[in-house]
Design a protein around this ligand. Structure first.
Ligand code: AMP
Ligand code: GLY
Length: 422
């Protein structure tokens, strides 16, 4: 089989790396990919950037199955376009991916289907939003309605910060994404990423994970796309797992079907779990998480191609995933000045080597004119390792990371700290 993976991040590197290990696969193409997918055996980068180009390539090659990494192509309708041509693809349609593409859609949907989430109000103008903030008080959370590449959420600890965020978004700082704003109740607790596969009807949960959204140790500094992740997340006890399936995932899948937007693909629920074990849905993403995918793929033992084939055929009820019982930790190495204006072009050196239990997944990397590996974006690498315990997985990941260097590198020293503390 020939597989196409759309995207260029660490998530796509990890997916492609796992897919190419399937006995059924002869080639995995990554469009457009990065320097890591270029170097990996069995993976081939193809420099294609639009829905039309992906469709044409998939028809010509021909590609047997396409997997979409990021949200942007999904909300552009890549799944609709592939299906129209009779091409197999795993992901939600443009209509179904509104669950991520519009915060207002997601909130109203959760209300309609009694999915637990923070109280909220939606605003199309700044004046009413400012009034609402004054009524509600701080802390309070301001979210741009549209896709904003991880920059659309401000957790405001003061009224001043909240008002500033509203002005910033309505002022056009996030383009069209901020012309409508959702303001929501501040929730406390521990976050977890709960990701499942769905064929529209049946659901197959992946291993649980936890991301680290803040730039600096101890969850300080600005929000980022994610600075590291580990799997499993002990905060998701069997009782919480059952509750998440019952209260969040199944109502979402049934609700989307009932509303005529049958949901196929990865569905990611960001959960806030309170000390008393209550869960609330922070957000839905219509794709896998980045960097959650990297540790999750390290632990997946089942043949991912087979699983996705079952999913595309609507037979997920017959799938039981097999996981490595060990823990996996992924530590992101980010570029100088990430997340604001990351610097590109710093030469990356690596004195180490991956082994069975470690893998360095690339994200923002490229090859310069002299043939050297260089930084090409905010999150550069995700150094991932398996270990018998979370602690040993973290130790191995950091040992591997010590071998890698580039000017301005930033990484957190404390990935996994919440679980390690307990
Ligand atoms: P989102 O993209 O909606 O998941 O928001 C990004 C991050 O902002 C989340 O991972 C949380 O850390 C934080 N966040 C979002 N909504 C809330 C909320 N209602 N209360 C507290 N923190 C939140
Ligand atoms: N790591 C968070 C996300 O992928 O949205």
């Amino acid at each position: 089989m020939k597989i196409l993976v759309i995207g260029s991040g660490g998530r796509e590197h990890a997916l492609a790396w796992r897919l190419v290990q399937s006995k059924k696969v002869s080639r995995v193409y990554v469009a457009p990919g990065n320097a890591g997918t270029h170097q990996e055996e069995g993976l081939y980068n193809v420099n294609l950037q639009s829905v039309e180009e992906w469709v044409r390539f998939a028809k010509e090659e021909p590609i047997d199955l396409t997997v979409v990494g990021p949200e942007a192509p999904l909300s552009q309708g890549v799944v609709n376009a592939f299906r129209k041509e009779g091409l197999a693809i795993f992901g939600p349609t443009k209509e179904a991916s509104q669950l991520e593409a519009s915060k207002d859609f997601a909130k109203a949907f959760m209300m309609r289907h009694h999915i637990p989430t923070a109280a909220y109000a939606t605003f199309d103008s700044a004046t009413l939003a400012h009034q609402y903030i004054d009524q509600q008080g701080a802390p309070i959370v301001i979210k741009a309605d549209g896709l904003a590449a991880g920059k659309g959420v401000v957790v405001a600890m003061s009224l001043e910060e909240a008002h500033e965020a509203v002005d910033h978004m309505f002022g056009g700082a996030l383009g069209g994404a901020g012309h409508r704003v959702v303001i929501e109740e501040f929730l406390q607790g521990e976050e977890a990423s709960f990701i499942v596969l769905s064929d529209g009807e049946n659901v197959c949960p992946l291993a649980t994970s936890q991301d680290h959204k803040r730039l600096q140790d101890g969850d300080q500094g600005p929000n980022t796309g994610g600075m590291g992740a580990y799997s499993p997340a002990p905060v998701v006890t069997p009782a919480i797992h059952a509750k998440a399936m019952r209260q969040v995932i199944m109502p979402a899948i049934r609700g989307m079907k009932a509303e005529g937007h049958t949901y196929t693909g990865f569905l990611y629920a960001g959960l806030m779990i309170s000390a008393s074990g209550e869960i609330k849905t922070l957000e839905f993403n219509c794709r896998m998480g980045d960097p959650e995918t990297q540790p999750i793929m390290m632990r997946l033992k089942s043949d991912l191609v087979e699983v996705l084939e079952w999913a595309v055929k609507g037979n997920l009820d017959q799938v039981q995933l097999e996981w490595d019982r060990r823990s996996a930790v992924g530590v992101v190495m980010a570029a100088h000045n990430y997340p604001n204006t990351p610097r590109s072009g710093d030469v990356i050196t690596d004195q180490g080597k991956d082994d069975q239990d470690t893998h360095v997944f690339h994200a923002g990397t490229g090859i310069n004119e002299q043939g050297a590996l260089v930084t090409r974006g905010g999150r550069v690498l995700c150094v991932t390792a398996l270990g018998d315990t979370l602690r040993s997985a973290a130790t191995k990941a950091y040992q591997r990371l010590e071998c890698i260097d580039f000017a301005g590198k930033q990484y957190r020293q404390d990935i996994g700290w919440r679980a390690l503390k307990n």
